[in-house]
Design a protein around this ligand. Structure first.
Ligand code: RAM
Length: 871
């Protein structure tokens, strides 16, 4: 991998990093002992050939050869040697992006005068190819969304490009190898544009034009002929512009496609564009253009209708069986002018009617006007919807459900994990967590994908970030988003509530600095460092982390951060008829103090990794003061916390707020609190991620399992019993009597409570990285048995390869199958009672290993292992 991507073609890191995996085959204890890299350019000249390095490092080796050139392709080879006397070689390629603003010969172009309804503009240009093409690379970006074509064919398979960044500071472009799309003789290039995040209706209060009002395209095709000569096809005012069938397209609202307006063949060479206007050059910056670091949004799973039915109100509705994010495509035959309207909904109401009130001002409607020429395919553009059901209006003739397909659309991150166990409800929970991630990792991490929001809410992203690493490789996804975190951070160190900052666009008016939200600055970089072992994330984010801690310090008095406005433990358990005070309110300032400590701790951790010893000292002292202030203000000498809630105890325990001697009693109080609520959780966004971990860490795994397995409200499984296929924003999005929560805030696809996934992988299956060997260079396998589970299996694609933990209870004995990838080592903790014997592949291990707290610990290298215990 180059910069964590396979053979990328637009790298703008001046020193890209190389990583590889070793395949240990059937052998055990395989470690790399040495590697040697060689990099050559396209003409096969060596640009870097360092000597063999005796090291087991296989991740993030920085290129250190002669300067890499804009647009050039390079090949790198690595030879590795292992401790079994074997060696092996691998090859990969990468191409540099356009490194300087002047590498862009293209000019930004727009349509000039636009109709008020803003149909999608089309742009086209014919060009001639009269020599043999060696390579053709297209570099494309837009304000805001583009879809490019060459000779009538779509360029690439990405959607909603160029993706969403803080557009006033940086805009990504994408590079495509279009060698196979250009042809000898006459060619045409073209693109259509949508308003998207840049100038569309977006942000709370359905704002418009957050980043600008002009729609614009920047496109350049760099052709290299086999004789070494080059040509550039670039947008300028000789390009022609018009509009076509996409009459309207907005993220929240949906799109209107009038097939009668289609300009057939508009992106082919033979098309007559004589009545098209000339494009108008726009003077927008090119020095903010950057290559794309994360995986683009692509189409993924498709769903067929599971049923077509008529609601009590008489509406025709299709159920796709899964709450998903993307859109519906269908085939239909009708007359010219027939108008079909597809509306979207996540749930039906109590009566079984199509329910859209929770979408607020987002219309989520796609309208298609047919041209009446046989079978037509209808697919929306430059928009997406979050839905399980569609309502169909205006359909000519009988609806054939088999003609409808829903496609899930999300960032194309490699899947990394699976979790399955003997309890089908937990498996459904895992499914819902993954679908929450699929639905809300659409170029940026969003709170929800359906209503008039879909924003990069920092708190939600932070809460879910570690779980996200288990389900998909989110390394580049978060690397990109974190850059916008640091760019949009206010100068006083506070962080806007959403990133990119669609509320303020740089002006600190929309607020920020909420405890647990702005801590995305520290928590996410640290989680990425743990999951991927990538120090560069910490280097890049360090100033941002420090600025956030600085902000909290500047707003504190006597080390107590008790100022500002905070969301608190958002959506915690509360009842309307709360006569006896069961609402689990945790003081917002108490929470703020805990996050102040936690972020400071993470800053210290980062400073240690980066060798910033002065900062380690300064912030260690500060951390002690923060904890002292917390103890003085919020905790009695016996350890009762002034907010006697699950969230207060969970955070106190997870952030090490209490002195050692008060921790066990705090865990007991937490456990007792859970019993008082009849084994229910009462936590909101900020307590939920820590709850089960705090319990299991302090000897109350049983209570954690009782919470996990609780089937009635509030709990993780309650929504599943109510038919959920994603994680809900509220514990009671649908109430036990079938009525729905308030329409003003009731999303059925909000991943925050899915943060329990981290505990399932790391504690129940027990796969974790050692902190001192992050990125799973050192692995821990430490299963937690409980909850009447008899079989738990998790597979996880670490940066080094697959690790897995599969445990079973067989005839009362514990059996554990483990896979550890090559070039890593692991400690396996086999749960043991008293003097029960542990064997590995039939041979006793107990004597050679340590006995710690009910576990027999065994150190192993890579390979496949089978442990079992006999009681
Ligand atoms: C809601 C969002 C999000 C939450 C904020 C505080 O509007 O959906 O989930 O973080 O409010």
């Amino acid at each position: 991998m180059t910069e964590n991507l396979p053979n990328p073609i637009s790298i703008d890191a001046v020193a890209p990093r190389f990583s590889w995996q070793l395949d240990g085959g059937q052998a055990r204890n395989v470690m790399q002992t040495a590697y040697q890299i060689k990099v050559t350019d396209d003409a096969k000249h060596t640009v870097w050939a360092p000597a063999k390095v005796n090291s087991d490092q296989s991740m993030y080796i920085y290129y250190q050869g002669s300067p890499l050139k804009s647009g050039e392709k390079y090949t790198w080879q690595v030879k590795v040697w292992d401790n079994h006397g074997k060696s092996s070689q691998g090859t990969a390629t990468f191409r540099m992006g356009l490194l300087k603003a002047d590498d862009w010969k293209a000019q930004w172009i727009g349509p000039g005068q636009e109709e008020a309804s803003r149909p999608s503009p089309l742009f086209r240009k014919g060009f001639i190819v009269n020599k043999k093409v060696k390579t053709a690379i297209a570099y494309i970006t837009a304000h805001s969304l583009y879809e490019a074509h060459i000779n009538g064919k779509r360029v690439g398979d990405a959607y909603l490009t160029p993706g969403y960044t803080s557009y006033n500071k940086r805009i990504q472009y994408q590079a495509y190898d279009v060698t196979n799309l250009v042809q000898p003789g006459a060619n045409a290039a073209g693109a259509s544009l949508g308003s998207g995040w840049y100038r569309g209706i977006y942000g709370i209060g359905t704002r418009h034009e957050i980043y600008g009002k002009d729609i614009a395209l920047l496109m350049q095709i760099n052709i290299t002929y086999t004789d070494g000569s080059t040509a550039t096809i670039a947008t300028d005012d000789t390009w022609k512009t018009s509009t076509g069938e996409v009459r309207y397209a907005e993220i929240y609202m949906g799109s209107t496609i009038d097939a009668r307006m289609e300009q057939k063949g508009w992106s082919t060479a033979g098309f007559n564009d004589s009545n098209w206007k000339n494009a108008v050059i726009g003077n927008y910056p090119k020095d903010i253009l950057i290559a794309t670091v994360n995986e683009p949004v692509k189409k993924h799973e498709t769903f067929k209708a599971i049923k077509l039915f008529t609601t009590p109100k008489g509406e025709k509705v299709i159920d796709f069986g899964q709450n998903l994010v993307g859109w519906v495509k269908f085939n239909v035959r009708g007359k010219a002018g027939d108008k079909i309207v597809i509306s979207h909904a996540e749930v039906l109401d109590k009566e079984g009617n199509f329910y859209t009130d929770n979408l607020r001002d987002a219309k989520c409607q796609n309208t298609f006007i047919l041209k009446g020429e046989g079978m037509e395919t209808c697919e929306p553009q430059f928009t997406w919807q979050g839905f399980r059901y569609i309502r169909i209006e205006g359909y000519p003739g009988d609806i054939k459900p088999e003609d409808f397909t829903a496609t899930a659309v999300y960032s194309d991150m490699p899947p990394t994990g699976t979790f399955a166990c003997s309890n089908p409800l937990i498996n459904q929970l895992q499914h819902n967590i993954q679908w929450g991630q699929k639905g809300n990792f659409l170029d940026i991490p969003t709170d929800c994908p359906q209503r008039d929001e879909r924003l990069g809410w920092t708190g939600d992203a932070q809460v879910f970030s570690r779980t996200a690493t288990f389900n998909m490789n989110v390394h580049n996804f978060f690397t990109k988003w974190l850059k916008d975190v640091s760019l949009d951070q206010f100068s006083d160190g506070s962080l806007p509530h959403v990133i990119p900052d669609a509320f303020d666009n740089g002006k600190p008016t929309g607020g920020g600095g909420s405890a647990g939200w702005s801590d995305a600055t520290t928590i996410i970089p640290w989680n990425m460092y743990l999951a991927y072992g990538d120090k560069q994330i910490l280097e890049n984010q360090y100033n941002s982390m420090k600025a956030w801690v600085g902000f909290m310090k500047s707003r504190s008095h006597n080390n107590l951060w008790n100022t500002g406005s905070h969301f608190g433990d958002w959506l915690f358990y509360t009842r309307n008829d709360d006569n006896d005070g069961t609402a689990a309110i945790t003081s917002k300032y108490l929470i703020a103090q805990c996050f102040y400590a936690h972020s400071t701790q993470l800053l210290i951790n980062a400073a240690k990794v980066l060798g910033k010893t002065e900062d380690v000292e300064t912030y260690t002292k500060l951390l002690a003061d923060i904890k002292d202030a917390y103890m003085r203000e919020y905790v009695t000498p016996n350890g009762l916390i002034s907010s006697d809630t699950q969230t207060a105890y969970a955070e106190a325990l997870e952030f090490d707020m209490l002195p050692e001697n008060l921790r066990a009693q705090a865990a007991d109080r937490l456990e007792a609190n859970i019993r008082r609520y009849g084994n229910h959780l009462t936590t909101g966004f900020l307590g939920t991620p820590y709850l089960c971990d705090a319990l299991s860490r302090y000897g109350h795994a049983d209570a954690a399992f009782r919470l996990l397995l609780q089937e009635n409200y509030p709990s993780w499984l309650y929504p599943i019993k109510m038919g959920a296929t994603t994680i809900w924003e509220r514990w009671d999005g649908i109430k036990p009597d079938g009525t729905l929560e308030v329409p003003s805030m009731n999303s059925y696809n909000h991943y925050a409570y899915g943060a329990i996934g981290d505990w399932m992988y790391r504690t129940v299956a027990g796969i974790d990285t050692k902190i001192e060997q992050p990125g799973y260079k050192g692995i821990t396998i430490k299963p937690t048995v409980g909850g009447k589970l008899t079989d738990v299996a998790a597979n996880y694609e670490t940066p080094y390869g697959k690790a897995s933990s599969h445990w079973k209870i067989e005839n009362g004995n514990f059996v554990l199958d483990v896979v550890i990838p090559a070039n890593t080592t692991a400690t396996v903790y086999v749960p043991t009672k008293g003097d029960s014997a542990v064997t590995e592949s039939g041979k006793p291990v107990t004597k050679a290993a340590d006995q710690i707290d009910g576990f027999t610990a065994v150190n192993i290298g890579s390979g496949t292992y089978h442990f079992s215990t006999t009681n």
